[in-house]
Design a protein around this ligand. Structure first.
Ligand code: NAD
Length: 287
């Protein structure tokens, strides 16, 4: 694959930013991958591990000369970083982000710029893990995973094509989706399961003999709760940033649990088997 562009600046050199920077280097997709992180240790580690070609001391000086800027900071930090970048962004610079929620990013850009700049293409890689930080970065993280881009009517075709090609070149399948639809779908498939895992483990951990309970936990419990080891701050941010869609999914889920509870209480085998059979068929269909 030939170079897509000259200089890419990745702001936020954690799991996702570090993995993308590594993949860009591994596939030689640009001449120089520059990293910036507010934590100087993450930045120094990124340079030492060869995740980036150069470490930027001054984010704004680097942003002023970058061809592509990737915002890979936590969801709640995106607006503040965009506000800092605004005065130095050149009209030709292409901007994208990797935030797990898209409505809040689009609203932040609208507040700052009046409308989302044509060369800002919001994005979200559906890949990751419960780990965080630069030491968890992996150049193969996006291979065979989906990346959702949520362009707007004013989005620049050239910018959209370049960002799509960047993700495809690191092994991802690129899909496009409306911003609101993205947040609804992700509330159901990612945000709700993470919140349920946190809530289940927290509920059990409050019990006095919880160490005893966890000692006997089987692989099903481990599979179901793996994501409860994810970064609490990141999930706090996502919970608030996608509040409306998440609350709706929690309400739907609560109604479903209540139906199951009622069926068990009244020993309605038909209702219980109906829930389990439908769920089994749906689960087998998608795996
Ligand atoms: P991370 O904690 O591993 O990395 C975030 C990095 O951003 C840290 O190194 C932190 O020091 C840096 N940072 C924070 N505020 C900053 C600021 N103002 N300026 C510069 N650097 C700053 O987190 P991550 O898992 O890589 O998540 C990054 C983004 O990717 C988030 O928006 C998240 O929603 C999204 N995302 C995460 C996953 C996942 O599974 N972890 C998956 C898809 C998308």
């Amino acid at each position: 694959m030939r170079c897509l562009t000259e200089r890419v600046l990745v702001i936020g050199l954690g799991l996702i930013g570090g993995s993308l920077a590594s993949a860009l280097r591994a596939h030689r997709l640009c001449h120089t991958v520059v990293g910036y992180d507010r934590d100087p240790e993450e930045l120094a580690t990124g340079l030492r591990l060869g995740v980036i070609d150069e470490a930027a001391d001054n984010m704004l000086a680097e942003a002023a000369i970058a061809d592509v800027i990737v915002l890979a900071v936590p969801v709640k930090a995106i607006e503040a970083v965009l506000a800092e970048l605004k005065p130095v962004l050149r009209p030709e610079t292409i901007l994208t982000d990797v935030g797990s929620v898209k409505g809040n990013v689009v609203k932040a850009a609208e507040r700052l710029f009046g409308e989302v700049p044509a060369r800002f293409i919001p994005g979200h890689p559906i890949a990751g893990s419960e780990k965080s930080g630069i030491t968890a970065a992996d150049a193969t993280l996006f291979e065979h995973h989906k990346v959702i881009l949520t362009p707007l009517p004013q989005s620049d075709r050239e910018a959209l094509t370049l960002i799509a090609r960047m993700w495809q070149a690191v092994g991802a399948e690129v899909l496009q989706m409306d911003v609101a639809r993205h947040d609804e779908v992700l509330a159901a498939t990612s945000h709700l399961p993470h919140l349920l895992a946190f809530s289940l483990v927290d509920t059990l951990a409050r019990e006095q003999d919880c160490t005893e309970i966890f000692r006997y936990a089987a692989s099903g419990f481990r599979d179901f709760t793996r994501v409860a080891a994810s970064d609490p701050t990141m999930w706090h941010d996502i919970g608030l940033a996608n509040k409306t869609a998440i609350l709706q999914k929690i309400d739907e889920f609560s109604a479903g649990v209540q139906r199951l509870r009622d069926a068990i209480e009244t020993e309605e085998s038909q209702a219980m088997l109906g829930i389990f059979t439908r769920a089994k068929a749906a689960r087998e269909h998608f795996s």
